[in-house]
Design a protein around this ligand. Structure first.
Ligand code: SAH
Ligand code: SF4
Length: 367
């Protein structure tokens, strides 16, 4: 629902000021799924609103359940643009929704299915929040809630800053979804002006940076955005972010077999981090194993996952260099719902739908 449209229509109808808040609470807190279900507003008003304000910006197209318990939802926006979101049920009981901020992505990282898809448009704040609402409604009958939201689906959040910010504020709003700021994380490919803006916000929202390479040459090959914001701009911006917010920074490092996973690369990564004392003080490297994706012509791309021995050796270097790290648990790869695989497609699967909460998945950080 477009809240601005709702507010202006309520004003035009000369409804009392409290109506707007009443409806907002019904939609975001009580998770009502139609105007008709909001019983504390008069029936004629419900009928008028039904006619005048689209209740939802998104319509579910398909939903796919992974054998690991994660669920991928494919939605159509009102202009038929399709977008995806993933629900990740962790073993500790937390329920994380990974939302898309754009349909496609302009950044075009070499290893990412969303990047291969090209860019269609940014999503509105309502379209972002409705991805969370969808899963919140689905979990409610089981007595479960969405506990965390990560902005790690399709798109680059900082190329849609204003809408991402409004979505965060709505998720956090007491009269809205009422989710704690510390439970929200945003991942960027390294848009420096966005990082500066994020650092200046008066909030406790978490930041993650997709680093993926410790030197400019390699990073520019993997992530063309590095040509615009190279490491000598990115790293000081991250250092200032940590200094200013005193919040832990998550550094995502995608391991690509034979490309950025050698002990030499690990040492270079440790060197880079040791050069920035605030980042060194308060960051954790989140190691991500490459999930296979197809290139724009539908063929498997040229990357591969690291060998387990290389992974161990990489982690060993980080240990020796006293760099904090975790390994990201991957979810949803059988339904193309894992990191980097979101590309608006339905993956054929023989799996019967199952209850995500019943899956014995291991814990992890982020998606
Ligand atoms: N656009 C933002 C957030 C979405 S991507 C960003 O790039 O940070 C979420 C994470 O998945 C990023 O760290 C991204 O680099 C990573 N990713 C992309 N393609 C991947 C792949 N094929 N396998 C594993 N992770 C991938
Ligand atoms: Fe865009 Fe992130 Fe994919 Fe890069 S990794 S193309 S920034 S969604």
């Amino acid at each position: 629902m477009d809240l601005q449209q709702l507010e202006s229509i309520l004003n035009d109808m000369q409804q009392p000021a409290y109506r707007f808040k009443q409806i907002k609470l019904a939609v975001y807190k009580e998770l009502k799924d139609s105007f008709g279900a909001i019983e504390n507003i008069p029936l004629p008003l419900r009928r008028d609103l039904d006619r005048l304000v689209p209740f939802s910006e998104l319509t579910l197209t398909t939903e796919q359940q992974s054998t690991d318990g994660s669920v991928k939802a494919l939605f159509a926006a009102r202009d038929h643009v399709s977008i995806e979101s993933v629900l990740i049920p962790y073993a500790d009981g937390s329920r994380t929704v990974c939302v898309s901020t754009e349909a496609g992505c302009q950044v075009n990282c070499a290893f990412c299915a969303t990047g291969h898809l090209g860019f269609t448009r940014v999503l509105t704040a309502s379209e972002i929040v409705e991805q969370v609402l969808y899963f919140a409604r689905a979990l409610k009958p089981r007595g479960e809630r969405v506990t965390n939201v990560v902005f790690m689906g399709e798109g680059e959040p900082f190329l849609n800053y204003d809408n991402v910010k409004s979505a965060i504020l709505l998720l956090n709003d007491n009269d809205g979804f009422n989710m704690g700021q510390r439970r929200i994380s945003v991942s960027t490919s390294g848009i420096v002006p966005g990082i500066e803006r994020f650092a200046a916000e008066d909030w406790q929202v978490n930041l993650a940076i997709s680093l993926h390479a410790p030197v400019n040459g390699l990073r520019s090959i993997l992530m063309p955005i590095n040509r615009t914001y190279p490491l000598e701009q990115l790293m000081p911006a991250l250092d200032r972010y940590v200094a200013r917010t005193n919040r832990k920074l998550m550094i995502e490092y995608l391991l690509l077999g034979g490309l950025n996973d050698s002990v030499h690369n690990a040492d270079a990564l440790a060197d880079l981090i040791h050069n920035y004392k605030e980042v060194l003080r308060l960051s954790v490297i989140n190691l991500i194993i490459y999930n296979p994706v197809k290139d724009s012509s539908g063929h498997p791309d040229r990357f591969k996952a690291p060998r387990i021995a290389s992974l161990r050796a990489f982690e060993e270097v980080l240990n020796k260099r006293e760099i904090a790290w975790t390994r990201r648990a991957s979810f949803g790869s059988d339904i193309s719902g894992a990191c980097g695989q979101l590309a608006g497609e339905v993956t054929p699967t023989m799996e019967e739908p199952r209850d995500p909460a019943s899956a014995g998945v291991s814990g992890g950080v982020g998606t």
